[in-house]
Design a protein around this ligand. Structure first.
Ligand code: IPE
Ligand code: IPE
Ligand code: MG
Length: 240
């Protein structure tokens, strides 16, 4: 069965999951940790190479201070609790997003998790935290502009491949499969450039309720898709 090399997930619906149970929103965020573990485990089992998880967007800063604080605390706690076990399992962890706005303790934990797992050879888990697709593209454009100004790059040398290298996920393959839980059918400023030819999978299941069967259904659904990348049918199949 065809397995996506890179799966990217918008983990949405925590608040609604909690609301439906008359619980406060933080309870939904806490319950959202279990499916993260499951997706990491199943991705490694199935031979997925990269799993990118959207945990906090550049727009999520606009949420009430109390919710932002809770999300930061939960992120820090979970990372510190899980990182050694993840590393023992050969998982490499990377973070993408703007770190300037984050508390020093959060930035320090991210850096040590990346350093600890850098040489691991298993599944790469990319956590998008404080990430926005437009932020990513603007950052790449700015770095390329600076290189041109400094004379280390010529404008003619900028092509899609060079531009892509400058983005946060850089050398990693573009996502093959995108999953969004929680029923909304939008990209919400996730990996705008990299999702150009990604297969999209939307499910109404709220993130805390996303189980192994739901993930398997998305992976199985991907295997059924015919990817053409703009080519004709037969050529598209050859290209996969
Ligand atoms: C996703 O769940 C988690 C984050 C965006 C951090 P939400 O908090 O967006 O939950 P809903 O969409 O309001 O249910
Ligand atoms: C997208 O969910 C961001 C994350 C899951 C981290 P949102 O809940 O923030 O997206 P919108 O506001 O519904 O588009
Ligand atoms: Mg949401």
């Amino acid at each position: 069965m065809r397995v996506p090399r890179h799966v990217a997930i918008i983990m949405d619906g925590n608040g609604r999951w909690a609301g439906a149970r008359a619980l406060p929103r933080p309870a939904g965020h806490r319950a959202g940790i279990k499916p993260v573990r499951m997706c990491i485990e199943k991705s490694a089992e199935r031979g997925v190479e990269v799993l990118t998880l959207f945990a906090f967007s550049s727009e999520n800063w606009k949420r009430p201070v109390s919710e932002v604080g809770l999300l930061m605390q939960l992120f820090l706690e979970s990372l510190d609790r899980e990182i050694e076990e993840l590393s023992k399992r050969g998982i490499r962890v990377r973070f993408i997003g703007a770190r300037e706005q984050l508390a020093p303790a959060v930035v320090a934990s991210m850096a040590s998790a990346e350093a600890l797992t850098r040489d691991n050879q298993g599944l790469t888990v990319v956590i998008a935290f404080g990430y926005g697709g437009r932020w990513d593209i603007v950052g790449a454009a700015r770095r390329l502009a600076v290189a041109c100004r400094d004379g280390t790059l010529q404008p003619e040398q900028i092509d899609e491949a060079r531009f892509g290298q400058e983005l946060s996920i850089g050398e990693l393959p573009d996502p093959d499969l995108f999953i969004r839980t929680g029923g909304e059918q939008r990209i919400s400023n996730f990996l705008l450039w990299n999702l150009a030819y990604t297969e999209l999978w939307f499910t109404d299941t709220l993130w805390p309720a996303f189980g192994a069967d739901d993930y398997a259904a998305a992976l199985d659904g991907f295997a059924e898709r015919e990817r053409r990348f703009g080519r004709t049918q037969a050529a598209g199949i050859d290209a996969c």
